[in-house]
Design a protein around this ligand. Structure first.
Ligand SMILES: NC(=O)c1ccc[n+]([C@@H]2O[C@H](COP(=O)([O-])OP(=O)(O)OC[C@H]3O[C@@H](n4cnc5c(N)ncnc54)[C@H](O)[C@@H]3O)[C@@H](O)[C@H]2O)c1
Ligand SMILES: O=P(O)(O)OC[C@H]1O[C@H](O[C@H]2[C@H](O)[C@@H](O)[C@@H](O)O[C@@H]2CO)[C@H](O)[C@@H](O)[C@@H]1O
Ligand SMILES: [Mn+2]
Length: 441
């Protein structure tokens, strides 16, 4: 059976060890001959890479492993680029989240002004990696889950329309796993879903089991009381801020009981609530730096020190199996049905055909085919039109180096109260992002 070569772009990522373990657990579905890491921070990557080198040597010595900051070495002889970079790392995520809070506007990784700032940093890096991939491995596919996926996806639509890149997100996967628990199913794979929206801005409109039984009524009954919180005892590892987000879905659902919402809609429908419950001195970035980032690097150092990954505390990133689902579908033409972030092109009949929408697609060796969504309700259509325009204006601002367009994007965001507040935030973000954003005029 053919074996595949993968480069993980963002090798120093906190998610890399979990994804490597997941890849090992699923290599009967996606046989691997080579794993490479690529990063632009040699020191950060080296810690993760040296630990994973030991882990791979012990668990799968037949897989060739290397790591590099050299694009030619990284992107040559690969079949898949699994991209999870964070331009500016957590230090910049912290600024993305704290600067808007100076003006009583929510600070979030991918939503509102924080997501806009993150998008302005990410576009150039993703395009650069696509160009490396096409130069050194022209037949490869990039499976991108670097954020902010919505803005990155719009930028790749505009600037690399013919490239072999698929943008994906694990939020729906994580929520569907919770839905399966609520329903008492063994796995989310027992559900067939209809979903539409933008990335981090979508709704489930129909969920059935494989016999066609409607599962929405039972889900709605639970969500109306508890949101997506399910069996807290079984989710003791879930951090409080995430539990709060899953619980808040109860209120998000009440705004449209005909659908089930993505957790991220909290930021757009209840921005005032989010600000009231934010600590401008300690945001999610601080939590992740204190927990996930600190833990992952401590475990990596422990492995390096001991010289073995036996009994190490790295955990398989079980929900990241969607990455293997996608790679397997391309490699073996499985025609898997998955949510992807793709150009609408009429899939949602009454929505901008050029918008990047998150909808179920059928994936095979030649890429993806979109499922037909049909007409969406006025409420979702209105929300999505505003948000899609924000994302398009950010890409316009990046392409043209336009202060005006970026001010418009911030002003148009449902999370920002006025053009004057938008301008205050923009000027602070420009200062904070010197060296990351293109020069704005
Ligand atoms: N799409 C999804 O659903 C989803 C889910 C989880 C995480 N993510 C994303 O995955 C990414 C990684 O998350 P993390 O928390 O592990 O971040 P992290 O900061 O721990 O790791 C990111 C790595 O990317 C590297 N990097 C930054 N710019 C680069 C560039 N230009 N070229 C090469 N490498 C570069 C950094 O040096 C770092 O090692 C983020 O974008 C995050 O938002 C997406
Ligand atoms: O605040 P973070 O960095 O912990 O999470 C931000 C990311 O949140 C989503 O990914 C979640 C995933 O959906 C959830 O099921 C869980 O497994 O953890 C993941 C990462 O924490 C979202 O999809 C990403 O885009 C965000 O970056
Ligand atoms: Mn996501």
């Amino acid at each position: 059976m053919e074996k595949y070569s993968v480069v993980i772009a963002g090798g120093g990522s906190t998610f890399t060890p979990g994804i490597v373990l997941m890849l090992l657990n699923h290599r009967q579905r996606l046989p691997l001959r080579q794993i490479k890491f690529y990063d632009n921070d040699a020191e950060r990557q080296e810690t993760i890479a040296k630990a994973c080198e030991i882990l791979l040597r012990e668990k799968a010595p037949e897989i060739a492993f290397s790591y590099t900051t050299d694009p030619e070495k990284a992107f040559t002889d690969v079949d898949f680029v699994m991209a999870h970079i964070r331009v500016g790392k957590y230090a910049m995520r912290e600024k993305d989240e704290k600067i808007p809070l100076r003006y009583n506007v929510l600070g979030q990784e991918t939503c509102g002004p924080g997501g806009i700032a993150y998008g302005m940093r990410s576009i150039g890096a993703i395009l650069e990696m696509i160009d490396f991939m096409e130069k050194y491995s022209p037949n490869a596919w990039m499976l991108n889950y670097s954020n902010p996926a919505a803005i990155v996806a719009e930028a790749t639509r505009r600037l690399r329309p013919n490239s072999k890149i698929i943008n994906i997100c694990d939020m729906p996967v994580g929520i569907e796993e919770r839905m399966a628990e609520i329903l008492g199913l063994k796995s989310r794979q027992e559900m067939i879903v209809k979903y539409y929206g933008l990335n981090h801005f979508g709704w489930w409109s129909d969920i059935r089991d494989r016999k066609g039984h409607d599962l929405m009524p039972k889900l709605k009954e639970h969500v109306a009381k508890y949101g997506y919180v399910v069996n807290p005892e079984a989710h003791r590892e879930t951090e409080q801020s995430w539990n709060d987000t899953f619980a808040k879905v109860k209120d998000v659902y009440a705004v449209d009981p005909d659908t089930l919402p993505n957790t991220y809609l909290k930021y757009y429908l209840f921005p005032d609530y989010v600000v009231r419950h934010s600590d401008p001195t300690y945001t999610r970035a601080n939590e992740v730096m204190e927990h996930r980032e600190k833990n992952v690097f401590a475990i990596a150092r422990e492995i390096i020190e001991k010289g073995t990954a036996e009994h190490c505390r790295f955990e398989t990133d079980a929900h990241a199996t969607y990455i293997v689902d996608l790679a397997e579908a391309i490699a073996f033409n499985t025609k898997a049905r998955m949510l992807l972030i793709v150009e609408n092109g009429g899939a949602i009949e009454n929505f901008d055909p050029t918008a990047m929408v998150e909808i179920p697609c059928i994936i095979g060796s030649s890429g993806y085919e979109k499922t037909c969504i049909g007409q969406i309700p006025q409420f979702q259509k209105g929300l999505m039109e505003q948000q899609a325009a924000v994302e398009k204006l950010v890409v316009e601002a990046w392409i043209h180096g336009s202060y005006q367009k970026l001010w418009q994007a911030l002003t148009l965001s449902k999370t920002v109260p006025s053009a004057s507040v938008a301008r205050q935030i923009l000027d602070d973000l420009i200062d904070a992002n010197r060296g990351y954003w293109p020069e704005l005029k």
